[in-house]
Design a protein around this ligand. Structure first.
Ligand code: MN
Length: 218
């Protein structure tokens, strides 16, 4: 099983697997970017119950890293430094979930944030489909294979080639998607509103982690 990992790494110089944290070298490389795409794979949707297994990152050149998180791991200092760097926009699809993972597991306050799902909901009012697969299909013309989405990410030493390429693809398109969504938001005169929405994501994350639900509803 490990040789499937070696194969995918050696086949592609643009894909690295790290353990526990970004290496200093990769941190330095990513710190030069003005935007970084990030995604996580977990055992489920509840941070207090379901552990974080994998963190994937990509820079604008398409250099992808997957960090395997250890069971019970409480910190990732290099990742924290990158995610809290004010000069680098962190792009997620449904940031509310991943930002919550980082806050809950490693006390990371991710900022600044761009969420492609929120941007899509504000810009693409002609559709109700705001999943990553749908967005990548329409704006990038690429068919994403989501068949590994609900798989066992807990056995992180033995991730299959299909899981790793799925994990890498989940971050690969976020940077170009952001560019396209900003163009649409500007055209529809919703870019300022979008920025205000991105800025309140940490408030939603904090409420989620305290189990508050719908406190703005009647
Ligand atoms: Mn994913």
């Amino acid at each position: 099983m490990t040789d499937s990992l070696d194969k995918i790494v050696s086949k592609n110089n643009n894909f690295q697997v790290c353990d526990r944290d970004l290496s200093l070298e990769i941190l330095q490389r990513y710190s030069k970017a003005d935007a970084i795409a990030i995604d996580t794979e977990t055992m489920g949707l509840i941070p207090q119950r379901d552990r974080l297994c994998l963190v994937q990152l990509s820079d604008p050149s398409g250099y992808v890293t997957a960090i395997r998180i250890e069971k019970g791991q409480k910190e990732a200092p290099n990742l924290k430094q990158l995610l809290e760097n004010q000069n680098i926009v962190k792009i997620f699809h449904y940031a509310r979930f991943d930002v919550g993972q980082f806050k809950y597991n490693f006390a990371i306050e991710t900022t600044p944030i761009f969420c492609t799902k929120v941007a899509s909901k504000l810009a693409r009012t002609y559709t109700g489909s705001h999943g990553l697969k749908n967005l990548v299909q329409e704006l990038e013309g690429v068919e994403l294979d989501k068949s590994s989405q609900s798989s066992d990410w807990g056995n992180s030493e033995n991730l299959s080639q299909a899981q790793l390429s799925y994990a890498a693809n989940d971050v690969r398109y976020l940077i170009p998607l952001r560019e396209q969504l900003i163009t649409m938001l500007q055209r529809e005169e919703r870019w300022e509103l979008a920025q205000k929405c991105m800025n309140v994501i940490p408030v939603f994350v904090e409420l989620d982690l305290m189990y508050y639900k719908d406190i703005f509803e009647h």
